[in-house]
Design a protein around this ligand. Structure first.
Ligand SMILES: Nc1ncnc2c1ncn2[C@@H]1O[C@H](COP(=O)(O)OP(=O)(O)OP(=O)(O)O)[C@@H](O)[C@H]1O
Ligand SMILES: [Mg+2]
Length: 329
């Protein structure tokens, strides 16, 4: 593992009394990198984040930031800041008071507090909200302030636990873009948690796909999408057809890598089952002897097909997995 990582997690295990938790986690995050922990509910994302932040104690393993071992340090002594899914702000304090709180504790002079808060409010597009209370703002605005407040502390590593999950789709994608811009402008190191694969794809330098307390695959979004290391990853990221092969293995093909023509004589033949208009493209499903296969066609192309027509499918780029869920190459 690289010696100059900003955050390094070495063989970390953190178990609750119930036996749930995370096991043998290894991860190195570079300065300025945004790494996302992605996985279904209960896979251990928050557990890892809280252990990095010091709110949970590791059973074994080490956490290093800038080469320094922080595994047993108190949360408030760690060079980290964490933003939770919701309820981040103190409801009885104004925006300004919320933002100044951490700076006061650090004995930053008043005039500098004022300057830094004004700069941060500008950066997160919340200038003019100084005197508002959290209850007078939308969920998205509150999360903006929460992120701004954590950035003011200039943490070495920023920990974000599903900060946008309570927001509606449009605001969420807008906040995602703003966060990415600020994060790259300031060159901040971030560990981001989400169970939303689209959010992870859009935002991350690298994605960690998690499964039941351990890591299934770590890599840049394109690599995870184009070369999923296991059937689990292939299933979790994007859409995928799983076609059983005569030798017992499974062929995985993305809908965009399946093409269709009328008649028979393809890699796989079948009958049109559904044709569904989805904006500028059309989703078609085809009934075959190997199950239902999904693919995309243009509106123009779709005109020649009707429900029940015989069609021939050509399978493009694909992956093979064994039934035991590991990659067969
Ligand atoms: N305080 C706790 N005591 C016992 N078990 C816990 C505790 N907190 C979490 N767990 C269990 O540990 C596992 C991991 O939980 P964790 O909260 O890390 O999941 P998560 O990936 O963040 O899920 P979500 O997407 O729902 O937030 C789950 O099985 C969960 O039930
Ligand atoms: Mg969680």
């Amino acid at each position: 593992m690289s010696g100059n990582a900003k955050l390094e997690i070495r063989d970390l295990t953190m178990l609750y009394k119930t036996g749930d938790g995370v096991r043998n986690i290894n991860l190195a995050v570079e300065q300025g990198e945004l790494v996302t922990l992605l996985g279904p509910s209960g896979c251990g994302k928050t557990t890892i984040l809280r252990t990095i932040g010091g709110f949970l104690q590791a059973a074994s393993g080490q956490i290093l930031i800038s080469g320094k071992d922080i595994t047993h340090m108190l949360p408030e002594k760690r060079p980290t800041a964490m933003v939770f899914q919701s309820y981040n702000l103190w409801p009885h304090m104004t925006v300004y008071e919320n933002m100044a709180f951490g700076l006061k504790l650090r004995k930053v002079p008043k005039s500098e507090q004022k300057r830094r808060i004004a700069e941060m409010l500008e950066m997160i597009k919340m200038s003019g909200y100084e005197k508002k209370y959290p209850g007078q703002m939308s969920g998205g605005q509150q999360q903006r302030i929460a992120i701004g407040r954590s950035l003011l502390l200039q943490p070495d590593v920023l920990l974000l636990d599903e900060p946008f999950s309570a927001l509606d789709a449009k605001i969420r994608s807008q906040m995602r873009e703003e966060l990415r811009k600020i994060q790259t402008d300031l060159n901040i190191t971030v560990v981001f948690v989400t169970h939303d694969q689209e959010e992870a794809m859009a935002l991350s330098d690298r994605i960690v796909v998690m499964n039941k307390g351990s890591f299934e695959q770590v890599g840049p979004p394109q690599e995870i999408y184009n070369r999923p290391a296991s059937r689990y990853v292939a299933d979790f990221i994007g859409e995928m057809n799983f076609i059983p092969m005569p030798d017992g293995s499974i062929k995985a093909v993305r809908p965009e890598n399946v093409s269709v023509s009328p008649g028979t004589g393809g890699n796989l033949d079948g009958y049109v089952r559904t044709i569904m208009m989805l904006g500028h493209y059309i989703e078609m499903t085809v009934d075959t002897d190997c199950g239902i296969v999904k693919l995309f066609v243009s509106a123009e192309e779709a005109e020649q097909y009707k429900r029940g027509n015989p069609v021939a499918l050509t399978l493009g780029e694909s992956h093979r997995y064994n039934d035991d869920q590991s990659a067969a190459g």
